[in-house]
Design a binder for this molecule. Structure first.
Ligand code: ATP
Ligand code: MG
Length: 404
């Protein structure tokens, strides 16, 4: 393996006077892999009978991102006796008479929080630290009381007001931390095809963060890549493969509007053909679940399809199922749904019929909540977001490979 200059700095870090290292930046830029290898060599070269920690978002994430890749490195297999005890979430590593243990913790796993409170550590690696609760990270750092202990952090950029940037990256000199900023070019193992594949997975603020490696605020229009001409069509609808699948996505409200979107997906291109919308405030009349379910059946017609519904709309889901509709509760992951929807708009593979006026209006005013962003939180403004919500339910239902 050849290493980039920045990666070599990770290998040199343990032998400098720095107490901590922070690697932030783009995805796939070679942070985690080199950091975990350097950490392992440092731990085994300088300590005996000590405990260390590998922390990630969850124990499963640490197994996937750190343990499995580390155990597959031939050099380590040839020079160390390394065993991973899956039940105990611990790596036991030996070389000659020397033995150390590296425990796995998940910042979002309830059990990890109590377990890490009792342990004494000689070093901790926090992988994707910006995704962990601050209290967990501080607890992990507080456990590092062995002389010569060091902190190892890595993450992708988030909101610039994120506590980890404020407390660690901006204060790196006073914390005596070495800060290295990574881009995909710092990973010599990345071929051009992979680099392009990742570039196509992000757009908007997510592109700036995960590809350009910038800590930027989510602000303004969410779908700024949406184009009034390129992302819309007029009747007759553009041709699709004959094997297309139909869906109806529903966002349900009682005092807020209820929206149904009629969707055709041919595996490549997605068309939003029609919308149904009832705004009880505008109409000055609320509809019951039974009335909405009747409207829905009329909207669907005699070509039944998978129906993706707002998971919080329990009573409406019951009413639809009573009428024989095949309902799936939608995945309501907001940020991931927005990221994926942005990718499809950017590629012009998500097209909306111009007659879906309500949806088009809402997409044009779907904004990031600037006030929430100032508190380091990321979310859209909660108003006129019913069409975009329904659209997200459809997009979150598609398999991951559609966004690569
Ligand atoms: N010097 C190298 N030579 C060959 N392959 C490398 C090198 N450095 C990293 N890689 C490989 O590149 C891929 C991405 O590296 P890594 O997972 O360390 O990136 P990362 O910066 O942690 O990404 P993310 O932010 O997505 O977690 C991995 O498969 C890793 O094994
Ligand atoms: Mg990583």
């Amino acid at each position: 393996m050849a290493f980039s200059e920045k990666q070599r700095k990770i290998f040199r870090f343990p032998y400098t006077d720095y107490d901590a290292i922070i690697c932030d930046g783009a995805v796939r830029s070679g942070k985690t892999s080199i950091m975990s290898l350097s950490f392992f060599l440092w731990a085994m070269g300088n300590f005996n009978n000590c405990a260390f920690a590998f922390c990630g978002k969850s124990v499963g994430a640490v197994e996937r991102n750190i343990v499995t890749p580390l155990l597959s490195i031939v050099y380590l297999q040839q020079n160390f006796d390394i065993r991973y005890n899956r039940g105990g979430h611990v790596i036991i590593a030996r070389r000659g008479k020397r033995e150390n243990r590296i425990y796995l913790f998940g910042g979002k796993d309830e059990s990890s929080y109590t377990l890490i409170q009792g342990i004494t550590l000689a070093g901790v690696l926090l992988d994707e630290v910006a995704l962990m609760p601050r209290s967990f990270v501080e607890q992990a750092l507080a456990r590092c009381s062995v002389a010569g202990a060091k902190f190892w952090f890595n993450c992708n950029p988030e909101n610039p007001l994120h506590w980890f940037r404020q407390e660690w990256i901006l204060k790196a000199p006073e914390k005596n931390a070495l800060h290295l900023h990574f881009l995909m070019d710092d990973n010599p193992g990345l071929d051009e095809a992979t680099r392009q594949r990742y570039k196509h997975m992000y757009s908007g603020v997510f592109y700036q963060r995960y590809i350009l490696g910038q800590w930027v605020m989510s602000e303004g229009l969410i779908y700024d890549m949406f184009d009034q001409t390129e992302n819309t069509y007029r009747e007759p609808p553009p041709a699709m493969k004959s094997t297309s699948t139909r869906y109806i996505a529903c966002d349900y409200g009682t005092s807020n509007p209820t929206v149904f979107l009629d969707i055709y997906d041919d595996g490549e291109c997605i068309r939003i053909d029609r919308e149904y919308r009832w705004d009880s405030r505008k109409e000055r009349r609320q509809k019951t679940d039974q009335e909405y379910a009747d409207d829905f059946m009329a909207f669907m017609g005699d070509d039944p399809c998978t129906v993706l519904v707002d998971p919080s709309a329990a009573s409406f889901i019951v009413a639809l199922r009573q009428r024989g509709a095949y309902v799936r509760e939608a995945d309501n992951d907001v940020l991931d749904g927005i990221r994926k929807t942005g990718v499809l708009f950017q590629r012009r593979t998500l097209l909306i019929n111009e007659n879906c006026a309500g949806l088009l209006d809402e997409l044009g005013t779907y904004m990031w909540d600037d006030k929430a962003a100032m508190r380091g939180e990321e979310r859209p403004v909660k108003q006129q977001d019913h069409g975009p919500d329904a659209l997200r339910y459809l997009v979150n239902h598609l398999p991951d490979w559609r966004f690569e």
